[in-house]
Design a protein around this ligand. Sequence first.
Ligand SMILES: CCCCCCCC/C=C/C=C/CC(=O)SCCNC(=O)CCNC(=O)[C@H](O)C(C)(C)COP(=O)(O)OP(=O)(O)OC[C@H]1O[C@@H](n2cnc3c(N)ncnc32)[C@H](O)[C@@H]1OP(=O)(O)O
Length: 275
Amino acid sequence: MLRRYILLNTNKFVNCRHVSQSMLQSTVDEKSGIATVTMNKPPVNSLNLEFLDEINTQLNKLQKDKIRGMILTSGLQKVFCAGLDITEFYNPNPDRLAKFWTVLQDTWLSLYMASFPTVAVINGHSPAGGCLFAMSCDYRVMVGPKYTIGLNETKLGIVAPKWFQDTMVAVIGQRKAEVSLTTGKMYTTDEALQVGLIDESLPDADSALKKGTQFLNNFQRISPWAFKMTKDISRQPTVQWLIDNKQKDLDFVLKFMQSPDVQKSLGLYLQSLKK
Ligand SMILES: CCCCCCCC/C=C/C=C/CC(=O)SCCNC(=O)CCNC(=O)[C@H](O)C(C)(C)COP(=O)(O)OP(=O)(O)OC[C@H]1O[C@@H](n2cnc3c(N)ncnc32)[C@H](O)[C@@H]1OP(=O)(O)O
């Protein structure tokens, strides 16, 4: 594997393995075994088929490499991740939509059940699929106060799938999740902290990255096996539905997304974004 010194977000030179460089940059600190995976797909890190495929491949690779922990963050100025790429849903090609949704399901399962501890350093806005990715990590540190996070699907005239909803319930509880989901609430950093959607709020990206690393360092004294078994038991109720219903979930999405009402709502929403 290529070894070199590279400049990380922390502005410090560290000895690390450089794993890949494209829409996704991944570096592994040799000493700690912690990987930093940086999403870098301008303008807003929207998750299309190719980007999701790259993220999933990278997660599987990190798992094989037996890394000790991972920080997921963004290389963009003010967006962590704008969620799923809405153009994948608008006037979709059914074959591509099916591939897209299947890769999304697989990527979520890889992230949610990662064998290593994960931290989202949320250094920008994080709506919908961006919030799902953050919630799927084991710990969330967000840069405040000006960014927002939440599952806003109802505001687009669409419905967050069951497993998106269940992920939120697992983080903030049934009642708060229900209100949050039905209203499509986007939380400010302070609100997200209050409701438990994030674990910490820091004023800048460097201190957020340090905090994330500190969290991962807790696991230096914990057996990876004990960590993974505990996480599996804790998260099993949330993932089992999707594992058992992948095809049903896909069929739902294909039908739902091609309905004229949903297409109309999406068209209007895309137009409002362009404005
Ligand atoms: C019965 C049960 C059935 C269940 C089945 C239902 C299944 C359906 C499930 C769907 C689930 C979907 C989850 C999602 O993730 S949907 C995506 C939701 N995302 C958003 O709403 C975010 C929208 N974007 C923003 O709010 C902003 O862009 C923001 C991220 C805050 C950044 O703002 P800013 O920096 O000002 O950037 P701009 O708004 O100017 O955007 C720059 C360009 O990027 C385009 N853009 C933005 N977001 C997306 C996106 N998600 N997908 C595609 N494109 C996006 C935007 O249009 C600008 O484009 P352009 O430069 O051409 O004008």
